[in-house]
Ligand binder design. Structure first.
Ligand SMILES: NC(=O)c1ccc[n+]([C@@H]2O[C@H](COP(=O)([O-])OP(=O)(O)OC[C@H]3O[C@@H](n4cnc5c(N)ncnc54)[C@H](O)[C@@H]3O)[C@@H](O)[C@H]2O)c1
Length: 456
């Protein structure tokens, strides 16, 4: 059962809910940690990409499209084929949201010779130890705390994708490193790009200004079909390699899809409310994605989150083809309702529209994936503070809390969840090392059984 997972010490547990926002004992700041100030125009910002998949390739392209003097200088991935595909796409193309579109290349903004291409589970260390200035962390979330910790200790600026971890152990590790990064004036961007999307920024500003009154309840959804991730065959891979190749389908690597995708919606609700929930209860399971090739994650979760004043967030995420689809948030206030999504945001009171996002995005529109990079690179060049970890970690923990509730079938308190000593992940750097979960005799994996599975 899932409750057989290893339990390890992880530094100081966080005992009070709001502690996630506060300073953790960061320990001594290594001397290597010093934010380098750039002489704009002449000084090239050397980018190192760790995790050369779809998003990493897109993020690398965005890093070179900010108008600052950036060069993609080194690349690292667990697997050589993934690195090669990413490198050749970047050599050919131009940035899309999470992929590279055919078109104009990046010219001399890419300078990644074979000696600066690193492969393996230890590739993250070798690239961070090189002369890169800023690293992009776009491997599986289960590795994010390890990669972030190493990058901060080496004094590198960071862009890292959500979610920031797959368990509370990882969230605490992220927060401890974040505090070091803050003290060292390192810039850290987090890929919750709705925080850089004009219509969300305007809608949240209006919600905070009281245009729909006091928030009394919220709903959010990430209901879609199967994700665009293919389960790859086992062949002669070791168990650890098999799981890392298929990382999306293992909770220790992805956090389950409530963390992987639904975090975006939960993050919006936390942003609107101005805090994270204090508890969660929910239900979920594997209704159609039941084959053993789909690891151990669920295909649906429904969670009721409770905030400190009793406000309830009803949250739903489902990956079942043929069902209704919806990716959106709804914030209900005493004087109106906000309907939010990446394509349209609107505030209304009954039939009366309070505000609606413009239908035409205008000729200067840039995707939030680009805007988040513009902000990060500007902060690097101007040596201005840039630190997006607090809300990234809080929203990551919110998604983890929901998974703990659906896996266990129990009401789970934030305080006990964030303090949990249970660790799902491994820092092992050899493919022969034991994977954190082992297959059963028939090659399938234990699936959480609500009512039986212990998660804390
Ligand atoms: N903000 C967004 O809208 C958005 C969109 C897409 C993906 N993402 C996030 O980006 C991350 C990656 O997603 P993706 O779709 O690019 O997945 P992907 O599978 O395409 O890419 C992940 C890459 O990491 C590599 N990898 C695995 N373990 C590694 C390790 N230990 N060290 C180095 N490399 C390792 C894999 O080989 C792969 O190339 C996820 O956390 C995902 O949630 C965010």
């Amino acid at each position: 059962m899932n409750d057989e997972r290893n339990t390890v010490g992880s530094g100081e547990p966080i005992s009070r809910r709001r502690a996630i926002k506060s300073t953790l004992a960061a320990g001594a700041i290594p001397t290597a940690l010093a934010s380098r100030v750039y002489a704009a125009a002449t000084d090239r910002i050397k980018i190192g990409l760790i995790g050369c998949g779809g998003r990493g390739t897109g993020a690398a392209a965005h890093s070179m499209s900010t108008g600052q003097n950036a060069v993609l200088w080194a690349m690292a991935d667990a697997f050589s084929d993934r690195l090669r595909i990413s490198h050749s796409s970047l050599m050919r193309g131009k940035a899309g949201a999470s992929k590279v579109e055919e078109g104009s290349g990046f010219g001399d903004s890419i300078d990644v010779p074979p000696e600066r291409q690193y492969v393996g589970l230890d590739a993250y260390r070798r690239i961070i130890d090189s002369d890169v200035d800023l690293v992009i962390l776009t491997g599986p979330p289960g590795y994010r705390p390890l990669h972030f910790e190493y990058a901060v200790n080496a004094g590198k600026h960071v862009f890292m994708e959500k979610p920031l971890a797959s368990d509370a152990f990882g969230v605490r590790r992220i927060m401890a490193s974040a505090e070091k990064a803050r003290q060292a004036n390192l810039k850290v961007g987090v890929g919750l790009q709705r925080h850089h999307q004009d219509i969300y920024l305007e809608a949240i500003k209006r919600i905070h200004a009281g245009e729909i009154g006091r928030i009394v309840s919220m709903r959010c959804f990430w209901n879609t079909g199967f994700p665009a991730k293919t389960a790859l065959p086992r062949e002669d891979k070791t168990e650890l390699e098999y799981q890392v190749r298929n990382w999306y389908f293992f909770d220790w690597l992805s956090g389950d899809h409530i963390c992987e995708q639904h975090i975006h919606n939960l993050d919006i609700c936390n942003w609107a409310f101005g805090d994270h929930p204090v508890s969660a209860e929910g239900m979920g399971g594997r209704q159609v994605r039941t084959d053993k090739k789909y690891g151990n994650i669920f295909d649906h979760h429904a969670v009721n989150y409770t905030y400190s004043d009793g406000t309830i967030l009803h949250s739903y995420c489902r990956q079942i083809p043929g069902c209704s689809k919806m990716v959106a948030e709804q914030i209900v206030g005493t004087q109106g309702v906000a309907e939010l999504s990446t394509t349209r945001c609107a505030l209304a009171n009954g039939d009366k529209t309070i505000w609606e996002s413009p239908r035409n995005r205008g000729k200067d529109y840039q995707s939030p994936y680009q805007v988040e990079w513009n902000a990060l690179m500007k902060s690097v060049v101007e040596d201005a503070p840039h630190h997006e970890v607090d809300y990234g970690a809080s929203s990551t923990m919110t998604a983890i809390l929901g998974r703990l509730a659906t896996y266990s079938g129990k009401t789970v308190q934030w305080d006990e969840a964030i303090a949990s000593e249970r660790r799902l992940t491994t820092d092992a750097e050899s493919w022969d090392a034991p994977a954190p979960i082992q297959p059963l005799e028939d090659g399938s994996y234990e699936i959480a059984q609500p009512g039986e599975t212990k998660v804390l």
